[in-house]
Design a protein around this ligand. Structure first.
Ligand code: PGA
Length: 242
């Protein structure tokens, strides 16, 4: 594992974007796994800047997002589809047909999950997966559980996640209770993984994920088993690391 402890969120965003840009330059047809949430926003902004300055292009890049809420349409301002378009895709030269997000409105959710996983496989698998981490140690929407879930699946969100994500909604009652998420196998099959965390609310989860026992009760701890893991944390998120 490569661990980078940087000063603050801005430095984390710049460093993460630089690493993605280097990967992209060495493989213009890279398949990226992408997260939503507050953490990657700064990295997306930096990547957009680099694109506008002509330093990188996404024209042959393929992306797979980690997750999507069940029951939110593409137009819904809280859907991850909207999040990705508003915060990243609409500002770069990626082809829409090369961007993939699970369909939260699918009538047959199980089939949607199966087809999503097949599509990842047909694209040759994920080369570079970028992850945030929940306060409860989740990655994607793989919540603390008794076992590690496998491939893309439907999940009931943990109360702590509903609480944490309610900041983006009008009221907590509007936060969907279910989501579609890549599973731990989908994530662990990625060739490289980069985990990002910022702020003191993440310090416990980061400590457990990197230095605690490997347990589905803290899903991110499984990343300790990955052979090519890069972790970038700012000083607050890394405060409890030994
Ligand atoms: P955040 O979410 O980046 O908004 O903190 C991370 C996550 O829940 O995985």
């Amino acid at each position: 594992m490569e661990l980078l402890i940087v000063k603050d969120y801005d430095e984390l965003s710049r460093k993460a974007a630089e690493i993605v840009a280097d990967e992209l330059k060495s493989n213009p047809r890279i398949v990226l796994g992408l997260p939503t949430g507050a953490t990657p926003l700064g990295m997306y902004r930096e990547l957009i800047e680099m694109y506008k300055e002509g330093k990188i292009s996404f024209k042959d890049v393929i992306t797979f997002n980690l997750d999507e809420y069940e029951g939110l349409s593409k137009e819904d301002p809280n859907s991850y589809y909207r999040f990705m378009n508003d915060n990243f895709f609409s500002h770069i030269d990626i082809k829409e047909e090369n961007t993939n997000i699970p369909d939260g409105m699918a009538v047959d959710i199980e089939r949607e999950c199966r087809e999503y996983e097949d599509k990842i496989a047909k694209s040759g698998g994920i080369d570079f997966m970028i992850l945030g981490i929940g306060n409860n140690g989740h990655i994607g929407f793989n919540e603390p559980a008794e076992f590690f879930p496998g491939f893309t699946h439907r999940v009931k969100l943990a109360e702590s996640t509903i609480q944490a994500n309610s900041r983006f909604f009008d009221s907590i009652d509007h936060v969907p209770r279910y989501a579609l998420t890549m599973g731990i196998k989908s994530i662990m099959h990625s060739k490289k993984i980069m985990l990002l965390a910022s702020g003191k609310a993440k310090a416990e989860a980061i400590k457990g994920a990197l230095q605690g026992p490997i347990t589905p009760k803290l899903p991110a701890s499984v990343l300790q088993l990955h052979r090519h893991l890069i972790v970038i944390v700012d000083e607050e998120a890394g405060a409890l690391l030994e």
